[in-house]
Design a protein around this ligand. Structure first.
Ligand code: F6P
Length: 344
């Protein structure tokens, strides 16, 4: 078969591992040929490709980023965009297309699938917020990086008797914040799922202070919301999928905490370091399993579907189910977080 492949949206560690697995099994077991579209849907729109074979996908398993590059191009917003994609897919005589991406990327997979393109999706996002799957590769790497940062910040916070507010990514879901916060032993964790109660934050910090600890770590999700529903963003500009660039909550919280408690407070925004560099072994494994499952789905003729992790096994669901809603942190994990807090 002739199969196209692309990576869309924010990059994430493990993308190369998926590409490698798809190409290795496709060529060696099924005799497939591949066309790699560059920079997500932009590459399909503008017909910019690279060859994907055993040689071009060799030595990439452990590398972050994506050899196909990525972009947040929304072809649905471009007049004639979907039609142009259909034309390019037809020109390359593709029997199938494998799209690696989160909900935005998969919303285009779905639109093309509805136009008759044989698409299989692979879930990808460090935010871990795609519904229908228990895990996205990239998340474990992001959490590992954030946890290491929280570990490191303990010693400098302690040396200076400071509060350190660590801002982590995750958009409107608190998966990275709650996981790295619990794993890193943060004293306060703020997630978008629970509106910020600044008085409660200061109470927790004061309790710790009054019980002998003169430093504290706060982990805040970039999408944490104030009671009025306000999030902190970098400007008001929206990307092509209608998202604002969330950023700055850490600094706002640091100023508020210092003013209310009089404890010296600093903020650190981990930003894109969470998406950079080599994937963890867990993410390489999950990405490889997804890649093998995706190429198998293509050969089973099961299209318009997304490969997913359910428990410990890989299965697949309709693309539409994956983009239906954001998967946020559940009550079970929130209870773990609360269980570690001091009494009221
Ligand atoms: O969706 C992944 C993500 O890293 C979010 O956590 C973050 O809000 C966003 O992408 C950042 O996007 P960009 O790389 O376009 O600044």
């Amino acid at each position: 078969m002739r199969i196209g492949m692309l990576t869309g949206g924010g990059d994430c560690p493990g993308l190369n591992a998926v590409i490698r697995a798809v190409v290795r099994k496709g060529i060696q077991h099924y005799g497939d040929e591949f066309v790699g579209f560059m920079e997500g849907w932009r590459g399909v729109l503008d017909d910019v490709t690279m060859s994907l074979d055993l040689e071009t996908t060799s030595g990439i398993l452990h590398k972050g980023g994506t050899i196909l590059r990525s972009s947040r191009t929304n072809v649905k917003k471009i007049p004639g965009g979907i039609e142009k994609c259909l034309e390019v897919i037809g020109k390359h005589k593709l029997d199938a297309l494998i799209a690696l991406g989160g909900d935005d990327t998969q919303s285009i997979s779905l639109a093309l699938s509805e136009q008759g393109v044989k698409v299989v999706g692979v879930p990808k996002t460090i935010d871990n917020d795609l519904s229908g799957t228990d895990a996205c590769f990239g998340f474990d790497t992001a959490v590992t990086i954030a946890t290491e940062a929280v570990d490191r910040l303990h010693s400098t916070a302690e040396a200076h008797n400071r509060v350190l507010v660590v801002e982590v990514m995750g958009r409107n879901a608190g998966w990275i914040a709650i996981t790295s916060g619990i794993a890193g032993g943060a004293d306060v964790i703020l997630v978008p799922e629970i509106p910020i109660d600044i008085e409660e934050v200061c109470r927790l910090l004061k309790y710790r202070h009054d019980h002998g600890k003169k430093f504290s770590i706060v982990v805040a999700a970039e999408g944490a919301v104030f009671p009025e529903g306000e999030q902190k963003s970098h400007g008001t500009a929206l990307d092509s999928f209608g998202h604002v660039r969330l950023s700055g909550i850490g600094q706002v919280l640091a100023e508020e905490i210092e003013q209310r408690t009089k404890y010296e407070t600093r903020s650190v925004n981990l930003g894109h370091t969470q998406r950079g560099g080599t994937p963890t072994a867990y993410d390489r494994m999950l990405a490889t399993r997804y890649g093998i499952a995706a190429i198998d789905l293509v050969h089973e003729g099961k299209f318009g579907r997304l490969v997913v992790l359910k428990g410990t096994g890989i299965s697949d669901i309709p693309l539409a189910d994956a983009i239906a809603k954001t998967r946020t942190v559940g009550e079970d994990l929130l209870a773990v977080m609360r269980g570690l807090e001091p009494p009221r």
